[in-house]
Ligand binder design. Structure first.
Ligand code: TEU
Ligand code: CA
Length: 509
């Protein structure tokens, strides 16, 4: 043991459950399907899984509109299936994190039904209600994220008031100034922690508590992001961290933090390591795959994070095009460079299902589109094999979203091929596990040009990437190549000059 907490040393893996593995042939991935694939994730070397939303939902936003926070969506299984997943995962050395969505519920949640019933409802104040202006326009100029960025307010004709919805009208924002709402979410967290869930990924947590008085946003209004009462949001995070830490072992809080600079991102860990344990680094994920832009993001994170704070590195998630396409244009050399980067920076990597295969963004069009914001192409079914149905469902059925090119990249073929992308990622994860330098060693930039990026990890490990189309030489590298994107170089001695072919990289120690 080095860092202590399992999640500092480990690798996390996001499973978009509806698309991972279908156990009952209805075309929708489910909990039992995931349970049946735990052997694969253990083989890969995953320590924890973040599950996309599992709770009952009308699916206006595919589970991010929760109708009951203490149950399981029938499409995905039952609470017993989730208990079974947690137990089986533990036997495979894997922890399960659920997705918690506290910013808003579904408009079909019974809380919202109560709240909208009348102005006098005991739950009226659980959501954010205001009178429209005398001319009928919304109470302020805040915009919603979805639906073309119209007003974040919807009129409820029955009571003549408007409610706040930063996302869809079907996702009314909860009122986090209300103590009963806070208590309800304490209860929800306890409910899942008591069942053995290892923690939560928490949706849009950085925007949780809205500014009191709901003032107009100055300047040109933006979609979301500037409406939070940050000090009060920190207070809620401290409350949650105390709750998570009261469990043995302590539960993990991983936040979806929309912070576009390192100091703000750092602040969500609290001043005394008493808020989030981990916070997603969107400036990194959304940067182009370009050393000139990425190095400053990594260096700012390293410079600003305190000794307690631990970075998170992610290339893909369910909201944005997959990195093998977005960063790498499908070029295998670039895909391996990106995987090498994600798995050798100082911090916890979060892989998105299929990242390990180099799975591409899928073109989803016309009648196949299911998502309000068109994010389907990053959410398509996992490729388990080259056979008809890609090994996704048993029996073979048409899945809820179309497959990508599963003949080109799938688990079965790559698992049998020591030279595959999958073998590269697995070997990298294994190297991380055995290397104190890679798990916990300090980061220091050695070279950063527009073409190449090299850094030291810990006492004697160097990672070097050539992020250009021409050969590069990195000077002063000594040791043995532990792993290279071109696997034939594994084991090569390096005495000073490390030559790197275009778009290649290596770990040397
Ligand atoms: O995402 C928050 C968020 O702001 C994203 O919606 C992002 O701006 C958008 O996807 C870009 O197209 C979280 C969840 O990850 C997302 O899936 C949900 O739709 C959203 O919250 C609402 O719960
Ligand atoms: Ca199913």
């Amino acid at each position: 043991m080095t860092g202590g907490e399992w999640w500092r040393d480990g690798v996390l893996y996001q499973v978009y459950l509806r698309s991972f593995a279908d156990s009952n042939g209805d075309g929708i991935g489910d909990l039992a399907g995931l349970t049946s694939r735990l052997e694969y994730l253990e083989w890969l070397g995953v320590d924890g899984i973040w599950l996309s939303p599992t709770m009952p939902s009308p699916n206006a936003d595919w589970g991010y509109d929760v109708a009951d926070y203490c149950d399981v969506h029938p499409d995905l299984g039952t609470r017993a299936d989730l208990d079974e997943l947690v137990a089986q995962a533990e036997a495979h050395g894997i922890r399960i994190l659920l997705d918690l969505v506290p910013n808003h519920s579904s408009d079909r949640h019974r809380w919202f039904a109560d709240s909208r019933a009348s102005r006098e409802s005991p739950r009226r104040d659980w959501y954010v209600w205001r009178d429209p202006k005398p001319d009928g326009s919304p109470p302020n100029n805040w915009l919603s994220v979805f639906g073309g960025g119209g007003p974040a307010w919807k009129l409820d004709p029955a009571t003549g008031q408007m409610y706040l919805h930063h996302f869809l009208p079907e996702q009314p924002d909860l009122n986090w100034w209300n103590e009963e709402v806070r208590a309800a979410f304490d209860g929800i967290q306890r409910f899942w922690f008591d069942r053995g869930v290892a923690g939560f990924r928490i949706d849009v947590v950085s925007e949780l508590v809205k500014q009191r008085g709901l003032p107009d946003e100055g300047g040109e209004p933006e979609q979301f992001g500037k409406h939070a009462d940050i000090p009060e949001t920190h207070r809620v995070l401290k409350r949650w961290r105390a709750l998570a830490d009261s469990y043995e072992p302590p539960r993990l809080l991983l936040g979806e933090t929309w912070a576009m600079d390192a100091p703000t991102l750092s602040s969500f860990h609290g001043e005394a390591d008493d808020e989030l344990n981990l916070a997603f680094n969107f400036p990194f994920m959304l940067a182009p795959f370009d050393a000139e832009i990425m190095v400053p993001v990594v260096e700012a994170t390293e410079a600003v994070f305190s000794a307690d704070e631990w970075p998170v590195w992610t290339g893909s998630n369910h909201d944005f095009p997959r990195f093998p396409t977005r960063w790498c244009g499908g070029d295998e050399r670039k895909i391996r460079c990106a995987q090498l980067l994600l798995l050798t920076l100082r911090g916890t990597p979060v892989l998105y299902y299929g990242d390990e295969l180099g799975l591409q963004q899928v073109e989803v069009a016309g009648a196949d589109v299911r998502d309000i914001a068109g994010r389907d192409g990053a959410r398509t079914p996992m490729h388990w094999s080259a056979e008809d149905g890609a090994g996704f469902a048993e029996p073979v059925v048409k899945p809820w979203l179309p497959f990508g090119d599963f003949a080109a990249r799938n688990v079965a073929d790559q698992r049998g091929d020591r030279g595959s992308t999958l073998a590269f990622v697995r070997d990298l994860i294994a190297l991380r596990r055995e290397s104190d330098d890679l798990r916990t060693g300090a980061y220091a930039t050695l070279v950063a040009t527009e073409r190449s990026w090299a850094w030291r990890r810990g006492r004697r490990t160097t990672v070097a990437l050539n992020l250009s189309g021409a050969e590069e030489v990195v000077e002063d590298v000594e040791g043995t190549i532990r792993i290279a994107t071109s696997r034939e170089r594994d084991g090569e001695r390096v005495g000073g000059r490390l030559r790197l072919a275009p778009w290649s990289g290596a770990v040397v120690s």
